[in-house]
Design a protein around this ligand. Structure first.
Ligand SMILES: [Mg+2]
Length: 507
């Protein structure tokens, strides 16, 4: 086996150097090294790779001192700092200068929604144990201290111990090292694909210095691949290593977006997408700080340690409550509190009109499709008819035909509900009001679900906020038959059911 040594400039200000076994290299302010600092002599030190010992001999020429150094250590001097990286490879050493470039490859999924990077064979090394990591502010942070990197060189390792720790996990404990990263900046046009890739390459070559295989999965859009959704994870387990069953208990995920509130040392986390991602998958979660403490203490990842993330989970994070799903009543009489298991028992026997009220995303149309469409109600819906005039025309026409009607509009103001009530009164129709009363979080959850699946139209968040603000509570005198709908969505597809039961909102 051929041993080659690579000296990697830690701040990338000067070119990296390659030394083959038996060769020597003079580090200094010379043509080869391109060190600029005037305090560095032209012949500062002489480096020699001892061919059979896997060590580097460093001779400081000025003070006649010689030291032996090994992989992972640093050679420092005026204007330079190199990290030593020993490369064991059977390949011809003449190709080694390009090895770092050759050994990362990128592919894409679904017209670029996902980018997949494979470093040092990261795509092909399977394991039942996944060591998952977020990228920004978990493995690397910016040199500048800004929230967003200014270019592909704006990075430094989050902690220098990460290199050794990840190496230990992979080489000694058999973990597969995988990065799961949200990079929405790409589809928003704030950063280029090229810059994002280069930043991963530059930093992860440094982190995986001992040729640790690394798989990089990047979500570039706001879709099911973006954390906390688990599209990237599903792609890994279903498509990249479908033949290996993952041990969730021993797998873990590390990320900084943990929904932590502000502390004396740190500002509040911008999101909880990392902890929710781990919870949606069902693996252990650690913040970067917890990971460093844990691995330093246990000398690796010790899955027998209990990870209690329920205590650190921000209360505001929304998940559809299991109790809601299992409750067996459909409606509550708003005036009497009576629970009603099925809709037929409360429908008038005479022709009538059901007036919905509830903000966008509260499930009105879904309810119509599940319960009223089969009963042949006329569907008066603003989203389809586009104007209130057309809604009124359809209602009047249906009254002439003596058909049952449902007004599937938000009807958030009292006066909007009143116009339908007046039409009923004038025409001798009975009316019932169904109120879709969900928490704002639940509505955002539904809206996100719609965006992810394309089932019904989703609306911008601001629309929901503004409707919520304008909402005029239902008054007892508006109707003597008013019901609160117990939202309990039914799904025809199992994967939709599964998605709906996860954390979908980022905070
Ligand atoms: Mg992060």
């Amino acid at each position: 086996m051929m041993i080659t040594c690579k000296l990697i400039s830690t701040d990338h200000s000067i070119p990296d150097q390659i030394i083959k076994a038996g060769q020597t290299l003079i580090i200094g302010r010379n043509q080869q090294c391109k060190i600029k600092n005037l305090f560095c002599s032209r012949n500062y030190c002489k480096i020699q790779l001892l061919s059979n010992e896997n060590k580097l001999l460093v001779e400081y020429l000025k003070d006649d001192r010689t030291v032996q150094m090994k992989s992972g250590e640093f050679i420092n001097g005026p204007g330079f700092s190199y990290r030593i990286c020993m490369i064991h490879d059977s390949k011809n050493a003449s190709t080694m200068a390009h090895v770092m470039n050759d050994e990362i490859s990128w592919t894409e999924l679904e017209s670029g929604n996902v980018m997949i990077g494979s470093l040092f064979g990261g795509y092909d090394c399977k394991s039942d144990k996944i060591a998952g990591f977020d990228f920004d502010f978990t493995l690397v942070c910016t040199k500048t201290g800004k929230s967003f990197p200014s270019d592909e060189n704006d990075w430094k390792l989050f902690d220098p111990r990460l290199t050794g720790f990840i190496q230990k996990l992979v080489k000694q404990q058999g973990y597969r090292f995988v990065i799961f990263s949200n990079q929405l900046g790409i589809s928003k046009g704030k950063v280029t694909v090229d810059m994002v890739r280069k930043r991963f390459e530059n930093s992860m070559k440094d982190l995986c210095i001992e040729r640790i295989p690394c798989l990089i999965l990047v979500a570039t859009k706001d879709d099911i691949y973006r954390k906390p959704c688990i599209g990237l994870w599903n792609h890994l387990v279903r498509n990249i290593q479908p033949d290996v069953e993952i041990n969730l208990k021993q797998s873990f995920y590390v990320g900084d977006a943990a929904g932590r509130s502000k502390s004396a040392l740190k500002k509040a986390d911008f999101s909880a997408s990392d902890i929710l991602f781990a919870m949606n998958i069902g693996v252990n979660f650690l913040t970067p700080e917890q990971f460093l403490i844990h691995v330093a203490k246990y000398n690796g990842f010790d899955y027998q340690q209990k990870f209690e993330y329920s205590s650190s989970l921000p209360e505001k994070c929304f998940k559809v409550d299991d109790k809601t799903k299992e409750s067996n009543f459909l409606l509550t009489n708003r005036l009497t509190g009576e629970k009603i298991p099925n809709i037929e028992s409360i429908l008038p026997t005479r022709v009538h009109c059901i007036i919905f009220c509830g903000i966008s995303g509260s499930g009105k149309t879904t309810f119509y499709e599940n319960y009223l469409q089969p009963l042949n109600y006329v569907h008066v819906n603003y989203d389809q008819l586009k104007t209130i005039q057309k809604c009124q025309q359809l209602m009047k026409k249906s009254i002439q035909e003596q058909r049952n009607i449902v007004i599937d509009n938000t009807n958030i103001e009292r006066k909007s509900r009143q116009q339908w009530i007046n039409l009923c009164k004038e025409n001798g129709y009975e009316w019932i009001i169904f109120h879709f009363e969900l928490s704002l979080k639940h509505i955002f959850h539904n809206n996100k679900f719609r965006q992810l699946t394309g089932i019904h139209k989703s609306v911008p968040d601001v629309v929901i906020y503004s409707q919520n603000k304008k909402f005029e509570s239902l008054q007892d005198d508006e109707c003597n038959r008013q019901f609160i709908v117990n939202f309990n969505q039914k799904f025809s597809q199992h994967d939709h059911q599964k998605l709906y039961s996860m954390y979908l909102l980022e905070k």
